[in-house]
Design a protein around this ligand. Structure first.
Ligand code: 5RP
Length: 223
């Protein structure tokens, strides 16, 4: 079975009747949301979803999962994908430019479960550029500041639309390459201290468990 499908299925089994569930973004999470929708129908369970993007909102609504907001409910569990996972369960996320809403929902959850295929596991974060969401008016000042931090920022460009990617929050995304990221906890904070940065894609200290899918099995690493 496709590893992404396998972990999505496994994560859906972690959901219990009555739970409020954060619905992450991306191709792996898509399988989770789909498996969850199937379970809800087969087992007549009642669950509310809190989407982390328009993508997960549309998928949830399309598949009949009732959705709610953080104003109304607190998530018991959040299930989300990642672009990189290190041995300390720190992450880089934001390949789909959804990391700001993802971080808000994932960090608010009682339990934060990450689902990935084996290719996402790394010894140290940093081969994947760090996505940084920036208010458009601060684009130049943020880029200059990132360069002083030895980062190489590139504006993420859209496909099937001319010009830059505009996030679900109407901002630009910078993909920032660093030579290495020896201290992800510090870098997460440092990036968010730049005026005009809304949120960055480094997630530290919040993951409870990672499910890693391969063609034959699912492995779990816990905090
Ligand atoms: C979106 C994300 C995704 O969770 C991350 O990019 C992984 O995506 P995929 O499961 O498609 O590999 O952070 O902003």
């Amino acid at each position: 079975m496709d590893p992404k499908k396998r972990v999505g299925l496994e994560a859906a089994l972690r959901v219990e009747d009555g739970m409020v569930v954060g619905l992450g973004t991306g191709s792996t999470t898509y399988h989770f949301i789909k498996s969850l929708a199937e379970r809800l129908k087969e087992e007549e369970m009642e669950v509310l979803g809190i989407p982390t993007s328009y993508q997960s909102y549309f998928v949830a609504v399309d598949l009949g999962i009732p959705v709610t907001t953080l104003d109304e409910h607190q998530p018991d569990l959040a299930v989300d994908g990642a672009d990189e996972v290190d041995p300390y369960l720190n992450l880089i996320k934001g390949g789909g430019a959804a990391h700001t809403r993802e971080k808000i929902v994932d960090y608010a959850a009682e339990t934060f479960l990450v689902i990935v295929d084996e290719s996402k596991m790394v010894d140290q974060l940093g081969a994947f550029p760090v996505p940084v969401e920036v208010l458009p008016l601060a684009l130049n000042t943020v880029m200059k500041r990132l360069e002083t931090m030895k980062g190489t920022p590139r504006i993420r460009m859209a496909h099937m639309k001319d010009g830059p990617v505009v996030s679900d929050n109407n901002n630009f995304i910078l993909d920032v390459e660093f030579e290495d990221i020896p201290h992800p906890v510090l870098l997460e904070k440092e990036l968010n201290n730049i005026p005009g940065v809304l949120e960055n894609g480094i997630f530290t200290g919040e993951v409870d468990e990672v499910l890693i899918g391969s063609v034959t099995q699912v492995k779990s690493i816990k905090k």
